[in-house]
Design a protein around this ligand. Structure first.
Ligand code: SF4
Length: 107
């Protein structure tokens, strides 16, 4: 075990702080975020996307891609949007992987 100690401490662990989609996505469903996600973490519902917290690696690549600024680390979700943290986790469980090719719903 001792010989592994340095190696293990150098391995980045998942922070447990995934990114979440919040209410500005609703009724827009822009999907630029899907294209940059390296782990296919986005899930698609009828009128918005959510992020599966078990897949998200917290890279942050999706944040600047969102035209309506709907994506935040779960530690930085704006006031009033906190319910979206659980909502992403719960709704991602049964939703299909977003392919990024669905029609945008509206500007
Ligand atoms: S933070 Fe990175 S891994 Fe997580 S959903 Fe956005 S692009 Fe995907």
């Amino acid at each position: 075990m001792e010989r592994w100690r340095g190696f293990i401490s150098s391995v980045p662990l998942h922070s447990g702080m995934p990114h979440v989609v919040t209410s500005p996505c609703v009724n827009h469903k822009y999907q630029e975020c899907v294209a940059v996600c390296p782990v296919e973490a986005f899930r698609e519902l009828d009128t918005y996307l959510v992020i599966d917290p078990d897949e998200c690696i917290d890279c942050g690549a999706c944040i600047p891609e969102c035209p309506v600024e709907a994506i935040f680390p779960d530690t930085e979700v704006p006031a009033g949007e906190e319910a979206w943290i659980d909502r992403n986790a719960e709704e991602a469980a049964d939703a299909p992987v977003a392919e990024g090719d669905s029609p945008v719903l509206g500007d």
